[in-house]
Design a protein around this ligand. Structure first.
Ligand code: ADE
Length: 420
């Protein structure tokens, strides 16, 4: 069956029984589908059905959406804004006169003001593995964005790593823990703000194809955490031969990029949105380093203009450029590789891009130290052994060893980093 036959529609009161079963299943009790499971749970289902028929409860049909395949209900999402969560929650649970096997007084709020909370998403067992759950979640994310909330949030059980992987791949990131329904859940959230936008201006757009479609930079775009656009400056020239350069005044060798295509392209972009930085890549610019990458990763929008030939007409640098950046003391054929280096270093530290945020924080340079050595299995390869301490499982000793190694390598290889 293809996902093309999938439709997601708002629920009606007639869907209450379906929603009730799905809410219970999403709470981690998948056995509701087989009619098995604990007795208290089975007893709750009829109560849940009556609750789903109401309009003023957490699990109302009015807050639910049905995924249908060829017109047959396959799954549902129940999701709502966190604004009046507390009173709605109190009302909802007061309506259960069946046994709840958790202490409501100990329950922390699942959601709060400013959030669109994806409370329960479930797909019938026979419809799983076709991307219906993902489509329902994406639907919820879009809904949250349309509502203009700050975050879309959800809870996931630590016992469900598969679901957590799905949520991560959609762009959710860890946001603490919540004690609810008698157990701890991982809270995950997604910022609904527009992603950072990077516009790259170049005469060689083909140089970016592979780079933008690989690895972390590709994933960041897919997750909606960054929006990267490459503009061919030849599309912005009014010259009938698509010329973007000309001979320099004064008669020195080489060609210079002309003002017009650059100015026209930048003006068109600036007419659409504000830019925090308009960067020109040049060997005589400010040296790019980790602190600059950290700072630039906070930008909402930036333009990177790639220099080429002998350079660009100085008037562009005087009137339009806000920052000139070099990636090192050597001369490249053009600024494209510099723009790619900067884009990579900036994108990988946008929150949420690297699954385990720790791993970006422990990069070399993030604390002015080179990273310590890392090892993986096997512990003994041809007699080359992994340091004993890493196999010990002793967290404190391992962290101390890593710090010692980082300090030793920095002292030896980059003492200048320890001077500042
Ligand atoms: N263009 C040419 N060389 C460069 C460099 N080292 N850094 C940035 N842009 C450049």
């Amino acid at each position: 069956m293809s996902i093309e036959n999938l439709q997601i529609r708002p629920a009606t009161i007639a869907d209450a029984a379906f929603i009730a079963k799905n809410v219970m299943a999403a709470m981690g009790h998948d056995e509701v589908y087989s009619g098995g499971g604990e007795e208290w749970l089975q007893q709750l289902i009829p109560h849940m059905e009556i609750i789903c028929q109401r309009e003023d409860v957490l699990y109302s049909w009015k807050r639910s959406y049905i995924a249908e395949v060829n017109g047959i209900p396959a799954g549902s999402l129940t999701a709502y804004e966190g604004t009046d969560y507390k009173e709605t929650q109190t009302r909802t649970f007061s309506l259960f006169d069946g046994p709840l096997n958790f202490d409501l007084d100990l329950m922390q709020d699942e959601t709060r003001e400013g959030e669109f909370y994806l409370d329960s998403a479930a797909v019938l067992p026979e419809f799983r593995g076709q991307g219906i759950g993902r489509a329902l979640l994406q639907f919820g994310i879009t809904k949250g964005k349309e509502l203009g909330v700050d975050y879309v949030t959800l809870l996931v059980s630590p016992q469900n790593p598969k679901a957590k992987r799905l949520y991560r791949s959609l762009g959710f990131r860890d946001a603490g823990e919540v004690f609810a329904f008698g157990e701890y859940f991982q809270r995950m959230k997604m910022d609904t703000a527009e992603p950072m936008r990077i516009d790259i201006l170049t005469v060689l757009p083909e140089m970016f194809g592979g780079f933008l479609n690989c690895s972390i930079v590709e994933r960041a775009q897919r997750m909606g955490l960054v929006d990267i656009h490459v503009h061919n400056l030849r599309d912005w020239t009014l010259d009938k031969h698509k010329k973007v350069d000309d001979y320099p005044y004064g008669g020195c060798a080489g060609m210079v990029m002309t003002c017009e295509p650059i100015d026209r392209c930048i003006s068109a972009l600036k007419a659409e949105r504000d830019y925090d930085q308009i960067i020109f890549t040049s060997p005589d610019g400010e040296q790019f380093d980790q602190p600059m990458a950290n700072e630039l990763s906070m930008c909402k929008n930036m333009i990177i203009l790639c220099g080429h030939f002998k350079g660009i007409d100085w008037r562009i640098r005087e009137h339009l450029i806000t920052k000139e950046v070099s990636i090192g003391d050597y001369v490249l054929t053009g600024g494209e590789l510099a723009a790619a280096v900067m884009t990579d270093a900036i994108v990988r530290i946008i929150p949420g891009v690297i699954g385990d945020e720790q791993s970006a924080l422990s990069d070399s340079f993030q604390d002015n130290l080179l990273a310590p050595p890392v090892y993986t299995r096997p512990a003994d390869y041809k007699g080359w052994k992994v340091p004993e301490v890493l196999l010990s499982g002793h967290e404190k000793n391992i962290r101390n060893w890593e710090l010692e190694q980082a300090l030793e390598r920095t002292k030896r290889l980059r003492p200048d980093l320890l001077e500042g």
